[in-house]
Write a protein that binds this ligand. Structure first.
Ligand code: G3I
Length: 464
């Protein structure tokens, strides 16, 4: 009997079907290419990556600008509009208008967004840089992160949670109000707060001059990411700004990307521009990314040379008239080389699950010092329920302990029952937000057990 389909036809059918299956599978992982074939966005999407640009809201009305934007780019970073001085110019007063304009444009044109940036020493209003009380600054920082991320929840692919926190030529953090008032832990605090605010956004640390593997600054950031990964501090990606001189990237750039990726984070080129835009320098940069499977995408820092913060150096892919420069063709061709993007494609991990019911809280009670008849304790409270604007934490002592003096909370005691209320500056606790207070107390010198029956605003807490 004649086969219904001849072997050659079967082979052809199999290859058509497997191509269709690959496309279907890829569609789950790869953003819908909004751009036509032969453009930067489409070429990057072919390997599962994105190609983005910085955008200024004020230029969206320029038709040359927006035509190139929508034809070529499938990722957008607001150049200035999501920075602190624009978003929260005075405490608690949020101005999302300019950034909303960009996000709306992106949504209307099938483009994704990188959020830039939540915590940065620069473009920071004076009311923040003047804060010198740690509790105030912590609550201001956490509130800024939570409010901005909540406003854009579900609309941002990745956030630059902390930007440029390391000092030039050093393994150490730079001086900033965050570093000076909150200490080294501010970066970790920012990332933990960010994960809670939008569990599905990728959380990046972003910096410049971390492209050369042997530079001290690169090593400092690498050590931080390694430490975060080891301790479970949520971090998903590292942004390499990639503002290069005319020589392009350092020879070790690909090694750097590969070493960071091996820590289990995506790497991204976030603000690429190269003095004089030599085609070879651009090509080398793009190849360093596409040769690394966890390099998720590339963003150039502006569209035309005239849009650049370094406009005197003509560092971009389009000239002032919007014409493609030789570097454009070099980038297009380099995007076609390399390996497919191999990030896990799965949603980012969710934060510590909240217990059933209304969430409750978790409390860590630490006896920091103890002497005959007296002791000092620190109490750290994390709100696992809905956000609150004031809180009361209660517990009872089991062995006659008595609070004698407290700070960062107003504490009263009746018999064994203790009531701690927030003070004026630490009443707001976002979901996942923490605060701490301390007290000195007396004890009977034979036993000083840690209390276990904490409740926050009447809801039982778990001891942490
Ligand atoms: O909006 C005001 C305008 O009202 C005023 O008349 C004008 C006068 O100078 O200034 C305008 O603000 C400028 C703003 O860009 C918007 O154009 C600021 O002065 C200027 O300092 C600001 O520069 C931005 C710079 O960050 C600030 O640090 C650049 O556009 C922006 O490209 C640049 O981007 C940074 C990244 O965020 C982080 N990495 C480095 C990168 C390059 O510096």
């Amino acid at each position: 009997m004649k086969p219904l389909i001849r072997p050659r036809r079967i082979r052809a059918l199999v290859s058509v079907l497997s191509a269709a299956a690959a496309v279907a599978g890829a569609a789950l992982l790869v953003p819908r290419p909004a751009q036509a074939a032969g453009t930067l966005g489409a070429q990057a999407a072919a390997s599962g990556r994105y190609f983005g640009t910085a955008v200024a809201a004020g230029k969206l009305g320029d038709s040359t600008y927006s035509t190139i934007l929508d034809r070529e780019f499938n990722m957008i970073t607001p150049e200035n509009e999501m920075k602190w001085d624009t978003i929260e110019p005075s405490r608690g007063s949020f101005n999302f208008g300019p950034a909303d304009q960009i996000v709306n444009h992106a949504q209307a044109h099938g483009q994704r967004m990188r959020g830039h940036t939540l915590v940065w020493h620069s473009q920071l209003p004076g009311w923040v840089s003047g804060i010198n009380d740690p509790n105030t600054l912590r609550s201001v920082m956490d509130n800024h992160i939570t409010t901005e991320m909540t406003h854009y929840k579900g609309k941002i692919y990745a956030w630059d949670v902390v930007n440029e926190a390391f000092a030039d030529g050093s393994t150490q953090h730079r001086s900033s109000v965050f570093q000076n008032v909150l200490g080294n832990g501010f970066i970790e605090e920012a990332f933990r707060t960010a994960r809670t605010a939008d569990p599905n956004a990728k959380l990046c640390y972003n910096d410049y001059n971390i492209e050369n593997w042997t530079d001290a600054k690169t090593q400092g950031v690498y050590a931080m990411v390694k430490d975060f990964k080891a301790r479970g501090v949520p971090i998903d990606c590292v942004g390499f700004q990639s503002h290069f001189g005319s020589g392009g990237p350092p020879a070790s750039f690909q090694t750097t990307l590969s070493n960071f990726a091996a820590l289990g984070v995506d790497v991204q080129l976030t603000e690429l521009d190269i003095a004089q835009a030599p085609a070879t320098a651009y090509s080398n940069t793009v190849k360093a990314c596409v040769n690394i499977s966890r390099c998720a995408g590339i963003t150039v820092w502006g569209i035309r040379d005239s849009d650049s913060w370094r406009s005197g150096e003509n560092p971009l892919l389009f000239d002032g008239g919007g014409n493609k420069k030789p570097a454009y063709d070099a980038v297009l061709s380099a995007l076609g080389s390399g390996v497919p993007y191999g990030g896990d494609g799965s949603p980012t991990p969710t934060p510590t699950p909240t217990p059933p019911g209304n969430g409750g809280c978790s409390v860590k009670y630490t006896i920091s010092s103890q002497w005959p008849g007296g002791f000092g304790a620190n109490v750290s409270v994390t709100n696992l329920g809905d956000p609150v604007s004031s809180w009361t934490l209660t517990w009872s002592f089991g062995a006659g302990q008595q609070v004698t003096q407290a700070w960062n909370a107003a504490v009263t005691q009746s018999g064994s029952a203790v009531t701690a209320k927030n003070v004026s500056y630490n009443g707001s606790l976002a979901t996942g937000g923490s605060t701490s207070f301390g007290f000195n107390g007396s004890w009977n010198s034979s036993s000083n057990p840690v209390p276990s029956n904490f409740a926050l605003n009447g809801t039982a807490c778990t001891a942490g």
